[in-house]
Design a protein around this ligand. Structure first.
Ligand code: ADP
Ligand code: ZN
Ligand code: ZN
Length: 735
């Protein structure tokens, strides 16, 4: 056999180790070695066929060639990640100090992680022919089900109908319409609906025009924009105009939204305005659907890709712009395993791709405001609500000493009654699901705590359980106090269930909808409730933060914030910012169209600075105060943080690990400030003790350089084997 110098492939495997692995390339001399980004099968550990991704080719290995194993098979013809995307993923692995294999595999649809071939299933559906589009439903009068089908096809897009049309009841009428040349079969990806005929003809106002022009002047340049405008100021219209221009230039737009719940609305608006294929990517899709969207983004079939956090990793054939709506939202940060921020990754991606990135929000994060002030981001501001909608008027109810109807003050009850008389909708916001957050023995003061956490159990009347919202432990309600056997256990405080109960007593004829994670567990139930609200079939909405974001309810005029006090005094420095964002988001639900909105805040701390700034509806003023505080205390965005978390059933094991970690870090570098080890805000959760080490630096680069070898050190530390640990770069929650 002819000999040649062996080629060594650097391969990433889906394992929690911060390194890649060396393998020998295939023996066949005439084959070019697989390029970076190509998947291969390799022997690894006990598994004979482990999937790996090639990161590079080299002539050298630290391991003697004789000891290296050979790859078994090359899976792909073309890399699953193009060079720029691969560069982004490698950057993310090293910036977030996360094992590269987990980063790469996490970015792939599930079936590709398992090493399956990339196969696009050609989905088909039906659409109207030209004849069909011009037909009148009267033309088919003698065939009622054909008429019904024609109506459906005329009023909804082919994509909306694809599942419904698979129902057996349509088989015969479809065949009939097919024979009459009224419908035709078409591949799903090419089923591009005509823009809706009902679209509003919108002329952008000056602010909007300026924003669009600013971005579109520099398509193809890596510029960063902060689009800052209150809810209803027309940010989405700005996105739409920019996307149109990007598509006209033959490029793709990647749009990130914080929640799946917000996708249907936005998809509809995009489709109403732009006649193109939109691929949607979020965690509720089936594996097949995800793969399909991933393929369509990568081969350019989809001009718009709309998705939640993980869509930031989707391959793009010809990227043109990245838009991150509600950029401040916490859901962009993955809170377990690979703790990346999709917003920050998107900004880096735009830089690598040399395209603009737009961060939009009514309540931007302090990081983005600071970036806009320092000139890193270009600031685009929409100053007023569009059309006739105006800012809601905000009033505060000082709850001190007031008599209450359940959780309500008399004033709020009156205000609700007035809206209901005018046939308007009311939203009551309470960020606490369940019936009551506390169970107390009236005789001895005993409180029901979670046996596994440092928290109280929440009473859920509907499910008849006590539940811990931290670890999900559940128990059946007890009748008597375990301490003193008294039978009087009181539910204290209010959750959404209890609010609904009180409201039903106060307003017996009102139609009340409770929207929280419990009431929307079943698939499709959220959408059903949203439809109900939009159709005007609900009078009072009770919602947690699920309802605070993005939704547009035209008939909603009053928002009541039931309990604004919780969280005003937390030890996490970001809580003020988050509360302000939440208040403004919720308030933004009121008065979206030409009806004037009102917001009523119930509080026991009417003079608290946060509450006062909310009265003025002035997030900008508020952000100045917060930024000044952060600067004085040298907190982000004026410094950078990393949080080493560790947990175990024994607190000594955790402390030992963190102490060793700290000693190593402080000996290697004196420029970092290290705080801890200290217990987390909730010290015990699911039976484990949680401690942390906080690392702070004013130099991001220095921090990154120091943390890299430190992480390798931790990985090999003996005391690390006994605990669960993770490193969180730019942590968003210090809990
Ligand atoms: P945001 O995304 O900032 O919440 P939207 O883009 O959803 O705001 O705009 C709120 C409402 O105002 C939408 O119904 C939108 O169609 C309408 N709108 C936006 N811009 C204009 C405009 N220039 N003229 C008239 N209506 C507009
Ligand atoms: Zn008792
Ligand atoms: Zn618990």
């Amino acid at each position: 056999m002819p000999s040649r110098k062996e080629l060594i492939l650097k391969i990433a495997l889906d394992v929690p180790l911060r390194r890649c692995f060396d393998y020998l390339a295939e023996e066949n001399l005439f084959k070019t070695p697989p390029r970076p980004g190509i998947r291969v099968k390799v022997p690894f550990g006990k598994s004979k066929l482990h999937t790996g991704i090639v990161l590079g080719v080299s002539q050298r290995s630290e391991i003697p060639v004789a000891k290296l194993k050979r790859i078994i098979e090359v899976i792909d013809q073309e890399p699953v990640f193009d060079p720029t995307l691969l560069q982004l993923l490698e950057w993310a692995g090293s910036y977030y100090q996360h094992p590269i294999g987990e980063v790469l595999f996490g970015a792939l649809p599930p079936s590709l992680r398992r090493g399956e071939q990339i196969k696009s299933k050609s989905e088909y559906t039906w659409e109207l022919t030209a004849t069909g589009r011009q037909m009148d439903s009267g033309d088919l009068r003698r065939a009622p089900s054909q008429t019904q089908l024609l109506n459906m096809l005329q009023s909804r897009s082919a994509e909306q109908l694809q599942f419904e049309l698979k129902n057996r009841q349509w088989r015969a009428p479809l065949q009939a319409l097919l024979q009459k040349g009224i419908v035709q079969k078409c591949a799903l990806v090419t089923a591009i609906g005509e823009p809706h005929s009902t679209i509003k003809n919108i002329t952008l106002n000056n602010d909007q025009k300026q924003a669009v022009a600013a971005v579109c002047e520099h398509l193809g340049v890596a510029k960063r924009y902060l689009l800052y405008g209150v809810t209803g100021s027309g940010k989405t219209e700005v996105y739409i105009e920019i996307i149109k221009k990007v598509i006209a230039a033959g490029r793709q737009a990647l749009v990130l939204v914080p929640e799946i719940g917000l996708t249907p609305q936005l998809i509809q608006r995009l489709r109403d305005n732009i006649s193109t294929h939109v691929a949607v990517l979020h965690s509720a899709l089936s594996a097949g659907e995800r793969l399909q969207a991933w393929i369509e983004a990568g081969n350019g079939t989809a001009a718009i890709i709309l998705g939640t956090r993980s869509a930031v990793w989707v391959p793009l054939q010809n990227p043109g712009v990245i838009i991150i709506d509600e950029e401040h939202d916490l859901s962009y940060k993955q809170q377990d395993s690979f703790r990346y921020s999709a917003r920050d990754v998107a900004v880096m991606r735009a830089k690598l791709n040399a395209i603009p990135v737009i961060l939009g929000s009514a309540t931007p994060s302090m990081e983005s405001i600071q970036n806009a002030q320092s000139g890193k981001f270009i600031s685009l501001t929409l100053t007023s609500r569009t059309g006739t909608a105006s800012h809601p008027s905000i009033s505060i109810i000082d709850m001190r000493g007031k008599s209450m109807f359940g959780a309500f003050s008399g004033e709020l009850v009156e205000a609700i009654a007035a809206e209901l008389r005018d046939k308007q909708q009311v939203l009551l916001f309470l960020n606490q699901r369940g019936y009551s957050p506390l169970i107390l023995c009236h005789a001895c003061g005993w409180m029901l705590k979670c046996p596994r956490c440092d928290t109280r159990m929440i009473y859920h009347k509907h499910f008849n359980t006590y539940t811990c919202h931290r670890c999900n432990s559940q128990s059946r309600p007890v009748r008597a106090c375990p301490e003193c056997s008294a039978q009087e256990l009181l539910p204290i405080g209010h959750g959404t269930e209890r609010l609904a109960e009180t409201l039903a007593e106060l307003f017996p004829t009102a139609r009340i909808l409770r929207i929280d994670r419990d009431s929307t567990r079943r698939k499709g139930s959220m959408q059903k409730m949203l439809d109900q609200i939009n159709a005007g079939d609900a009078d009072i909405l009770i919602g947690t933060q699920m309802l605070a974001k993005g939704h547009h309810f035209p008939k909603l005029t009053l928002v009541g914030i039931i309990d604004s006090d919780r969280g005003l005094f937390s030890t996490d420095f970001r809580v003020g910012e988050r509360l302000a964002q939440l208040f403004i988001q919720v308030s933004g639900r009121a008065g979206r169209e030409n009806l004037h909105g009102k917001v009523i805040i119930q509080t026991h701390y009417p003079r608290h600075p946060l509450i006062l700034s909310m009265v003025n509806y002035d997030y900008h003023e508020f952000s100045k105060v917060i930024l000044r505080e952060r600067q004085e205390t040298n907190l982000p965005p004026f410094s950078y943080l990393a949080l080493l978390r560790a947990e175990d059933y024994h607190s000594t094991a955790v402390e030992r690990f963190l102490t060793e970690a700290k000693n190593n870090l402080s000996s290697s570098n004196t420029n970092l400030e290290i705080f801890g080890p200290m217990p987390a805000i909730v010290e015990k959760q699911a039976g484990r003790f949680r401690y942390q080490l906080l690392i702070q630096s004013s130099d991001r680069y220095l921090m990154q350089r120091t943390l890299e070898p430190w992480c390798k050190f931790l990985e090999n530390l003996k005391s690390a084997k006994n605990v669960r640990w993770s490193l969180d770069i730019d942590p968003q929650e210090l809990v």
